[in-house]
Design a protein around this ligand. Sequence first.
Ligand code: NAD
Length: 700
Amino acid sequence: MTTHYEVRGDIAVIQLDNPPVNGLNHASRKGVVDGLKRANASAKVRAIVITGTDKVFSGGADIREFNTPAMLAEPSLLQVIDAVEASAKPVIAAINGVCMGGGLELALGCQYRIATENASLGLPEVKLGLLPGAGGTQRLPRAIGVEKALQMITTGDPIGAEEALKYGLVERIVPNTTFQGVIDFAHEVAERSRHPRLRDKTVDLPPGVDAAAFFADARKRVAAQAKGLTAPLKCVDAVEAAVLRPFAEGMQLERSLFIELLNGTESKALRHAFFAERAAAKIPDVPEDTPTRTIKTAAVVGFGTMGGGIAMCFANAGIPVRVLEMKQEALDRGLATCRRNWEASAKKGKLTLAQVEQRIALLKPTLRYEDLADADIVIEAVYEDMQVKQEVFRTLDRVMKQGAILATNTSTLDVDAIAAVTRRPQDVIGTHFFSPANVMRLLEVVRGAKTGKDVLATVMQLAKRIKKVAVVSGVCDGFIGNRMVEQYGRQSLLLLEEGASPQQIDGALQAFGMAMGPFAMGDLAGLDIGYAIRKRRRVERPNMYYPAIADRVVEAGRLGQKTGKGWYRYEPGSRTPLVDPEVEAMIDAYRRELGIMPRAISDAEIVERCIYALVNEGARILEEGIALRASDIDIVYLTGYGFPLAKGGPMFYAESIIGLPKVIERMREFASNPRAAPDFWQPAKLLVDCAASGKRLDQR
Ligand code: NAD
């Protein structure tokens, strides 16, 4: 039974009971309609209450029913809400906790709404690239006014009971300890002569405001925050209809916009990302009940760019953290940077000054390793140098208490070789944060050959506590993200060599949706990083072709933003990349020397070559078992590399938007380009196999 029907005196109570979130599956929908019929047919009943269980009213649609016939079985949610609204006896939504999406739409169909103090009400559909499709866009503005409704629907963020009361979304707040408040309210409304229906109301704009100007302004505001997504703007269209058109027409528009979004790639990509993020937390051979170690305190070795950000993550989560440096000046500098970052958040109103001080107080600077000994986890973030790191780990092995987790933030070095200098390789793991570590959500968790399962499980759990999205990677050069980005960067240099300019390449990829193009990104990170990698590659993999123009730029003293010039030039104090004729001249001279006649390259070719370079390397990473699933790779790119959310990540894009056969066909065409690097366009076997069999990458 997913609903219960009960009559208390003269009040009928329909209780939703479909754990865990009272999703409105077919049985629940039918249960509500049947309950309404019984209550209306009973001479005894004077009012009807719909409520939930425990701390949940309803979380909306039942995701377990997605893409099953039950999802389409009648009564649909729209029909249920119509039945509620048409009930001759008044219906009260007693919102006893979480009330989201279809749950709130159901409540909006009721003639009355009341809530308990712990209630949380919202229409989060936009977060999955959708809009509320069961009347939410039409009834919410009628309930709380157009401005607040626009905000709730376009952001998807919920409000609490107090705010719901203030805006008139609920009529009363009742205690959640007893049901008597609900029954009393039901008796009260049963006495009223008229029962309001939201569909009969009109939505007014604030006095003196012109509708066209109001919505033009709303669209501008929403677009500025939409990150290239279309769903938030469709939400504005639907809310506008609530103001300008009769209810039935508004409902029709809502339906057609909903279906358009549901079938579009953007929502598919967002839903993919939603499930991918949850899947990333699961490790097949490390079950959820794997015992974990307790983490109460942390330590960070190296208080530079990354160490500072990592220490902030711990302090933000309320975890005390010792930070160790070689010199007092470095400790002072690190502390000052953390303070500056927190104070900047306080200025934006995200923290109070008291919170800033609390966080600073959680940072415990030291110059002595002995002071770290009791920490439950220590993260090393010193220079990227194997000897230096091994020395640090020898010391940690000596001083740290038994059972402490020893983690390294290395971006390229072999975690197993670091673990090998300790007597406890089972306690060693990689935690690869992204810069700025206190901001970026991604954490690549690098599982060494000997990393203990309990250590892995503990770090995955800790990642959640410090608000990171953790993705497991095996040990390889660059792990998942940087190993792929190297091929992407290489492809961008090959495009440059053939005729495209840095600004054209960056522009094309930004138009595709990347947060930044590869040349601007290189300037931001520092071009010396790539320079060092290329130098290493020439020794390790002499057949890997790299256009030498990249080295020339660095050798001319252009290291990127930190030197005021790189692929672009920068005005002092500005981060805006400006086209630099000096670089253009260097590129021209370079092409002349190689005898390359620059050709016009389309933006479409730029995007295909750079993105498919990611896809091909991603597929190899999957083949080798470095990544557990294609969707993990997507999460790495969505949360760590500015890949457009609307495209779902590189693997989803290749598989579900373009299609693998087409991707492979293009790779083969690129291979026939005389200037293609010989090793580049051999499609990964996994791609070829999946394209041939029609299997999904994750079902291989
Ligand atoms: P950084 O130079 O800003 O900081 C390194 C700090 O470590 C310095 O403050 C230095 O004084 C300190 N240090 C060096 N040797 C030490 C020792 N033996 N004991 C104690 N302290 C020592 O470097 P960073 O950018 O923060 O990088 C640190 C690590 O993080 C590197 O392994 C790097 O590859 C990795 N990483 C960097 C980034 C990035 O974008 N900067 C991203 C991910 C990972």
